[in-house]
Design a protein around this ligand. Structure first.
Ligand SMILES: [Fe+2]
Length: 382
């Protein structure tokens, strides 16, 4: 095995049977002394270092790499810590989890929690967050019939994130609607607000009243559908992951525009992570007309697959329930009401997914998952 080599730009050292390389600037920037102990923020300024900053000596002692820098400063790095970064394991991330595919029959198995439970028990918040990370959707039951109840629920994950509609929005349907937002018409499957540069991450829909007949909620795991498209129509899948199309929302005082890919891929692993899909906010698509020849068949096929009953979960959202879902992963809509049959009021708002993941990392580290062992499993182990 070779010894440590001090090169012009970095250090080569033996590690677990191979020779690995670390850049001088990276090492100096990430010396343990670079972080403030109380804030845990970096206080070291790599910009102020000399252009030719380098190590003058380095050795391995007590499972650590010890380095003396050209200005005389000394640093020490745990070899296991260096190995993790060399392998790309980084900090590790509890919030990067395998997505659990679901289909149209998911309603009975959808994760359910009560408001009182999650308010009182942080481990239940960890379980709730985990259900949303894995399945993209969970139901909170026993909600108080108040605006404050929804706000309190949201704040278990983070602050309410405003959109171009404000901090919250109301979806109301009345027996005698006085304007279009109060109609009894069906709402086609969509994800919310793709016209925003960053479409909202997590959506909360709190059902305050539902006396109407009809008006069932429609939810689809779009990652399941996109993966089926990838398998059966790979060229369509490629088009929808590569082409960007415009979305737009306009009022008398707003003109919100953004371009999005219909199918999003997860930068962590290249898997399908979500979609941007809304026919009512789709602007005039501006691809070249030749590209329309392939784009529209792909777009139509994917949209038709979203509506396929094998993928479509249909259920009634009841007063006192709040459905919480990943707005990038889950397409949602509703069927039409029976005209004049009664009132329906949903109050909604958004929280960023980054806040969900942050809460999950902290709570799951503090409250590790308790695996439930069935009597049958116990007997086998005994
Ligand atoms: Fe919506």
């Amino acid at each position: 095995m070779s010894d440590i080599a001090l090169l012009r730009t970095g250090i080569e050292l033996p590690m677990k049977g191979e020779v690995v390389y670390f850049n001088y600037f990276w090492l100096r920037d990430n010396c343990s002394s670079s972080w403030d102990n109380s804030t845990q923020e970096r206080t070291f300024d790599i910009l102020a270092e000399a252009d030719d900053m380098h190590a003058t000596s380095a050795c391995i002692k007590n499972e650590s790499l010890e380095v003396i820098w050209s200005d005389g400063f000394q640093s020490r790095y745990d070899l296991n810590w260096l190995s993790r970064w060399h392998k790309g394991d980084n900090h590790g991330d509890l919030a990067v989890r395998a997505r659990a595919t679901w289909y149209g029959d998911h309603y009975q198995n959808m994760a359910r929690f009560t408001y009182d439970d999650v308010i009182a028990n942080p481990p239940s918040v960890a379980d709730w967050a985990e259900a949303i990370l894995d399945e993209g959707v969970a139901l909170i039951q026993g909600m108080p019939n108040s605006n404050e109840g929804l706000k309190t629920l949201c704040e278990l994950f983070g602050v309410v994130r405003p959109s171009f509609s404000g901090y919250t929005f109301d979806v109301k349907s009345k027996a005698n609607p006085e304007n279009l937002s109060y109609t009894d018409k069906a709402l086609e499957l969509h994800t919310d607000l793709p016209a925003e540069e960053l479409a909202p991450g997590l959506q909360f829909l709190h059902c305050r009243i539902n006396d109407a007949e009809g008006g069932n909620s429609l939810f689809v795991d779009a990652t399941t559908v996109a993966n089926a498209l990838k398998q059966n129509y790979p060229e369509y899948f490629r088009i929808l992951t590569e082409y960007e199309v415009p979305y737009r929302y306009t009022t008398d005082y707003q003109d919100v525009r953004a371009k999005q890919r219909i199918i999003e891929l997860d930068p962590n692993n290249g898997e399908v992570s979500g979609i941007h899909f809304s026919q009512h906010l789709a602007d005039v698509f501006d691809l070249s007309q030749r590209k329309m020849d392939i784009f529209y068949p792909a777009f139509r096929k994917f949209g038709q697959m979203l509506q396929d009953p094998q993928y479509l979960m249909t259920f009634r959202l009841n007063a006192g329930e709040c459905i919480v879902f990943d707005n990038h992963r889950i397409a949602h809509g509703r069927s039409a009401f029976i005209k004049g049959s009664g009132a329906r009021h949903l109050r909604g708002c958004y929280v960023d997914r980054g806040e969900l993941r942050s809460v999950y990392r902290v709570l799951r580290a503090k409250y590790p998952k308790v695996e439930v062992v069935t009597p049958h499993q116990s007997a086998i182990e005994l």
